[in-house]
Design a protein around this ligand. Structure first.
Ligand code: SAH
Length: 380
């Protein structure tokens, strides 16, 4: 059980505005107190209620009795030669999850997890190998961003909520592409996204918060009604036969059904395009004929394709496509007017690349990853 699930105090972190207002209301206080608390939490990075000095003394004392700011614990930090950082976080009870920060010239992207493990069983993903352990709470999802800003801001001070379009910020983009399937944890993910977007929260623009899904079709329709953020979809194959092997959820919701949900999402959200992720697996899905099949599927649609060179992990049967095969695939798509990019592999010397997040720990005495139910593996 994580500390978050054990404590009887209300965790202020992760409560969207309406819920925080209801909470302070239940303490007999006015809604504006919720705004003050959010400002302390997300604009100033204050995690100590006692230090929230513009809250009336009595209210602060009552708040200290009933509430707290509870964060996941950082177990390990790794910095790659390219500046990519990976943190291993403890969810208590021997459970661990990871987040990755990817600095680039014009942006800083934080890749966060939504679950410990994953139940979707995609054959090329190392997180799948550990099976599903549990959903992260909203506080644990929001807490990742909070902790990353704190860790990265260091001496320079908390940098969030200043300037539009990322100016002066450390984290300009959030992608839910870490461990887990975010739409399988809908209940906790949606309030977290609200806090990312809320101008009283992290105040990140809706085009810079991306949810990536393996294709849970009913939840894409639900998401369209709940929040407004960018959507990425793990397509990985141009036809149902192959996709069903790589992404087993396809057996339940096929490509046609999935694409229809994507276009519906854009209509509802007034969005520009959906990004389709496509992992490049040598000899499996990287042939020119498959690129042409993919182009036929997406031609004329509001779609972008992001080719991801496969990141290997111990025990995998797959190999990364050669650079020449990836470029050839890209060119076939471009010739057919498909917008396509090749994802740069970052942080591979610390196993921080896509699909490598397995919550691995080398020091088993600090965090023991283990799930009897799912036979979770610790990679040595
Ligand atoms: N469950 C969500 C988000 C997690 S993974 C989803 O499926 O979209 C983020 C992206 O990394 C997905 O597109 C996923 O398919 C891809 N990925 C998984 N394993 C990978 C690997 N070993 N190499 C490259 N990309 C991988």
């Amino acid at each position: 059980m994580s500390a978050d699930l054990e404590s009887t105090k209300t965790n202020l972190l992760g409560l969207p505005k309406a819920e925080l207002e209801a909470f302070v209301g239940s303490m007999g206080s006015k809604p504006f107190r919720a705004r003050q608390i959010m400002s302390w939490l997300y604009k100033r990075g204050e995690g100590d209620i006692a230090a929230m000095t513009d809250l009336a003394k009595d209210f602060r004392a009552a708040l200290l009795e009933r509430a707290e700011v509870r964060l996941p614990e950082i177990v390990k930090t790794q910095v790659a030669s390219d500046g990519t950082r990976k943190w291993l976080l403890s969810g208590g009870g021997g459970q661990a999850f990871e987040m990755v920060y990817i600095p680039e010239e014009d942006r800083g992207t934080l890749c966060i997890s939504s679950q410990v493990g994953c139940a979707l069983d995609c054959s090329f993903c190392s997180t799948a190998q550990q099976g599903f352990n549990r959903n992260l709470t909203t506080a644990e999802i929001v807490g990742q961003v909070w902790l990353a800003i704190r860790e990265l801001s260091g001496e320079t001070g908390w940098k969030v909520g200043t300037g539009q379009d990322g100016e002066g910020r450390i984290i300009t983009n959030i992608v839910m592409m870490g461990m887990g399937e975010p739409l399988a944890n809908f209940r906790n993910v949606v309030p977290a996204i609200r806090i990312f977007l809320d101008d009283l929260g992290f105040d990140i623009s809706r085009r810079r918060v991306t949810l990536s899904t393996s294709g849970l079709v009913p939840q894409i329709y639900k998401l369209a009604e709940e929040v407004n953020c960018a959507l990425a979809v793990s397509l990985h194959a141009p036809n149902d036969e192959l996709r069903s092997q790589l992404v087993p959820i396809n057996r339940k919701h096929d490509i046609a059904e999935l694409l229809e949900a994507c276009w519906h999402y854009l209509d509802e959200q007034n969005g520009r395009s959906v990004t389709f992720e496509y992992v490049m697996l040598e000899g499996v899905n990287d042939q020119p004929a498959q690129a042409r099949e993919l182009a036929a599927l997406l031609r004329g649609k509001p779609a972008k394709v992001n080719l991801i060179p496969f990141n290997p992990f111990p025990g995998t049967q797959y190999r990364r496509s050669t650079p020449a095969a990836i470029e050839r695939f890209r060119d076939e798509l471009m010739k057919r007017d498909i917008i396509v990019t090749i994802r740069k592999t970052r942080g591979d010397d610390i196993d921080a690349a896509c699909g490598q997040l397995a919550g691995q720990v080398t020091d088993r005495t600090t965090v023991r990853l283990g799930s009897k139910t799912f036979g979770l593996q610790v990679r040595a």
